[in-house]
Design a protein around this ligand. Structure first.
Ligand SMILES: Cc1cc2nc3c(=O)[nH]c(=O)nc-3n(C[C@H](O)[C@H](O)[C@H](O)COP(=O)(O)OP(=O)(O)OC[C@H]3O[C@@H](n4cnc5c(N)ncnc54)[C@H](O)[C@@H]3O)c2cc1C
Length: 455
């Protein structure tokens, strides 16, 4: 059944990007319908209140310079809280290489430390952030798309080699628990430099002694308020299966067989999901290739509750940064008192995440608990599995965030978000000068603006 009376715009996806596009279009008087596949808003923002007051499975930290997010939260009366007191605990973690737990104080003189003399004091999780910030030729985040930096679209490994680092330094300095890609071969250095330039810009904007914020009652309260303020709200549980762009309008097909007409469509689905949505006429050339090929990071979080404060018995930090299956085991403090550990979240990434995603949740939990106990005997019998969230297995995310492999920025990044007939695209992967949640907001703003010029 085709509904008559077409909407001005159908927005696909009620994450930050789609909701921001919808807000801006409505503010200019457009009639907008938002279709969301799931029964909730937020997409890759997912507050887990069952785990604590502000526990999150997705987007958590709001940089002090995230002007779009901060203004949106203010507009809806959502209280943001300073995360600085919690982040100070976040830095208290020990390094695990093989079977050995290495305290931060031991690292500078440790025989396994492969970093050059000036960097021996840096822990691997700091090194991978500091290096692209310190050696960054990008004067501003938006410069990553400037062709003058095209020669930096090489692997992180080659870029680190160019700085004189050997294979061991690259392995420990980037290649496990990678935020982007499986290892240093799998990601473009230019992406890391873009992220570093964004972090530097955020720091410059931060008020003194403030590292960032989160939402007092969960970050999901931000997209929830955005959705509630829309005139038509959000139509939930409406997965879109196909989009047609015709000369005189667009038609959106939903999984239940319904078809919705609109003058224009804004699609915020990540490319990892968009590749399974039919587009007629089909995308062509490099844009089609980008939608098919752009990777999204596998991240699975495994939540564990400690039965006793076992870390007080062996004297190691509660959080561990491991080079094995449990990935980064973070002590989470999501209660009212930031010094109290509410639970642990094991951030399992890359091929380890793919490995545990193939198991049942209970088996994945058991495997991670067993791997932690093998590293840390004091933890044996002390951790209870309380849940898991796999972003890779989530059919409407299919990964935590997009990343570019070497060469893909030059090949795709400048063209992959261009409008296709009456279809406009947004989502964090299409931001030009921001990262994370602010990227999603920026991309929604751009797509909304594009449509406005055509209405
Ligand atoms: C584990 C994790 C931690 C993160 N931490 C941070 C952080 O601390 N700080 C930060 O700034 N950012 C962080 N991010 C990134 C941030 O959460 C994302 O960049 C942002 O939320 C993405 O928003 P989006 O609107 O682009 O995409 P999404 O939130 O994925 O929105 C897309 C929406 O489209 C819907 N959809 C998909 N397919 C269809 C379909 N066929 N039909 C209808 N609807 C569909 C989805 O259900 C979803 O609601 C994190 C992300 C993850 C996963």
């Amino acid at each position: 059944m085709i509904k008559r009376a077409p909407h001005d715009v159908v927005v696909i996806g009620a994450g930050l990007a789609g909701l921001n596009a919808a807000y801006l279009l409505e503010a200019e008087g457009a009639d907008v319908l938002v279709l969301e596949a799931q029964a909730r808003v937020g997409g890759r923002i997912h507050s887990m209140r069952q785990l604590g007051r502000n526990a999150e499975a997705g987007g958590t930290y709001i940089g002090a310079g995230y002007t779009r997010i901060i203004e949106t939260a203010e507009r809806h009366g959502i209280k943001l809280i300073d995360v600085t007191p919690t982040l100070q605990f976040f830095r208290e973690q020990d390094l695990v290489l093989g079977a050995e737990i290495i305290r931060q104080a031991e690292w500078p003189d440790h025989p396994a430390n492969p970093f050059p003399a000036r960097d021996k004091a840096l822990m691997p999780w700091t090194y991978r952030r500091v290096l692209p910030m310190r050696e960054n030729p990008l004067a501003s985040p938006g410069e990553w798309l400037d062709p003058k930096h095209a020669d930096l679209d090489i692997s992180m490994r080659d870029w680190m080699r160019g700085l004189g680092l050997d294979d061991d330094a690259i392995e420990i300095g980037y290649s496990f628990n990678s935020t982007f890609g499986d290892d240093a071969n799998d990601v473009s250095a230019l992406l890391l430099l873009f992220r570093a330039a964004f972090s530097t810009a955020q720091r410059a904007l931060a008020p003194k002694d403030t590292l960032g914020f989160t939402a007092e009652n969960g970050v999901e309260s931000i997209p929830a308020a955005m959705a509630q303020s829309l005139r038509r709200g959000v139509q939930f549980e409406s997965p879109v299966t196909a989009i047609e762009s015709r000369r005189d309008g667009a038609v959106v097909h939903c999984v239940d067989g319904s078809r919705i007409k609109a003058r224009h469509v804004v699609c915020s689905a990540p490319f990892s999901v968009l590749r399974n949505i039919g587009i007629d006429p089909p995308l062509a050339g490099l844009q089609a290739e980008a939608v098919t090929r752009l990777r999204s990071q596998a991240v699975t979080q495994v939540y564990l509750r400690p039965k006793t404060p076992y870390w007080e018995h062996d004297g190691h930090a509660p959080s561990l940064f491991t080079d094995s299956l449990p990935g980064m085991l973070a002590a989470v403090r999501s209660g009212a008192n930031p010094s109290t550990i509410t639970h642990f979240a094991a951030w399992v990434t890359g091929h380890h995440a793919v490995e545990i995603d193939a198991l049942s949740e209970a088996d994945a939990g058991r495997l991670v608990i067993e791997a932690i106990a093998a590293i840390r005997p004091a933890a044996r019998g002390q951790l209870e599995f309380i849940g898991l969230h796999s972003w890779g297995s989530d059919p409407y995310a299919a990964g935590a965030w997009a990343y570019f492999r070497p060469g893909e920025i030059n090949r795709y990044a400048r063209i992959m978000g261009k409008p296709h007939g009456r279809i406009h695209f947004c989502g964090e992967h299409l931001a030009r000068s921001s990262r994370g949640m602010e990227a999603a907001m920026e991309s929604g703003e751009r797509a909304g603006g594009e449509v406005l010029t055509r209405l």
